[in-house]
Design a protein around this ligand. Structure first.
Ligand SMILES: Nc1ncnc2c1ncn2[C@@H]1O[C@H](COP(=O)(O)OP(=O)(O)O)[C@@H](O)[C@H]1O
Ligand SMILES: [Mg+2]
Length: 266
């Protein structure tokens, strides 16, 4: 079955394109991309996840074997392979993925000397935009040209923030990049939401970070926080989101609650 064989949600509005972004690594971007997509799919929304990190964690987290792929997002981005030929089906209901492999690592440098280098991702998604309710772009941990492409293609950003020391460190820089793209290329770019990840209610540090982030971002912070749970980190080794690997796990339940919040905001 290809991605054209399933339909959008009956309550479908305009497609939301959301970049999941934070230049810090290990804050839960890929985990959020995979699990939010799976949870929205279960709610009958049709979702495309664009893996835009050469590490390809989202690709493998959705059960795609990178070694078996003929093409990845790199070929679309730099060699005009139509995105329709690259989109992969997954085992999650109504979830599709534009996969990334390590090949994408070369894109950051190759893009520098290409035409329309900031709008390449936006242009490549254009033909399939109307097919999906949500498109998530899982960004790499940097503010380079790949991330600029994501900010140009997206209508809003979702910022995962890990509950740890210096949680907000780097956020100013991220907001500056957003501002730059907003003023030059993508005027309507907005903050969709800020998500606290790896929350541990037993520590005062986690609660301090929650207060700090809610103080800084106000209503933009999601009510749902994602708790730290071993099952969440185990699931990718089975090529599954925790939402399907351990549906009753507290992390899975949190991502399902987040999906409902996302639908309300969309
Ligand atoms: N809620 C969670 N509980 C436990 N481990 C988590 C949780 N969220 C993410 N992880 C783990 O933390 C690591 C970094 O998460 P990841 O989503 O890959 O971050 P990023 O994409 O921002 O680099 C991964 O090993 C992941 O499995
Ligand atoms: Mg990642």
């Amino acid at each position: 079955m290809g991605f054209k064989d399933t339909k959008r949600s009956k309550s479908a509005k305009a497609t939301r394109v959301i970049a999941i972004i934070n230049q810090k690594g290990g804050v839960g971007k890929s985990t959020t991309a995979v699990n939010l997509a799976a949870a929205l799919g279960e709610l009958n929304y049709k979702v495309l996840v664009v893996d835009f990190d050469p590490q390809g964690n989202t690709t493998s987290g959705l059960g795609i074997e990178k070694e078996q792929l003929d093409h990845c997002v790199y070929d679309s981005l730099l060699h005009d392979v139509p995105v329709e030929e690259i989109i992969q089906d997954t085992d999650c209901k109504k979830v599709y993925v534009v996969p990334a492999t390590i090949q994408l690592a070369g894109a950051e440098i190759e893009l520098v000397s290409t035409m329309a280098r900031e709008t390449r991702l936006k242009d490549l998604l254009e033909p399939v935009l109307d097919e999906f309710d949500f498109i998530f772009i899982d960004c790499p941990p940097s503010l380079g040209l790949l991330t600029i492409n994501a900010l140009t293609a997206a209508d809003s950003v979702l910022i995962p923030i890990q509950c740890e020391y210096y949680a907000l460190e780097g956020v100013t820089k991220l907001l500056e990049s957003m501002k730059m793209v907003k003023s030059r290329i993508n005027k309507s770019l907005d903050t969709f939401g800020v998500l606290l990840t790896m929350y541990d209610g037993r520590t005062s540090l986690s609660n301090q970070v929650v207060d700090e982030v809610k103080g800084y971002f106000g209503d933009k912070a999601f009510k749902t926080c994602i708790p730290r749970s071993v099952k969440v980190s185990e699931a990718p080794s089975f090529g599954m989101p925790v939402v399907t690997y351990a549906p009753q796990n507290k992390g899975a339940l949190a991502y399902k609650a987040l999906a409902k919040e996302v639908v309300k905001r969309a």
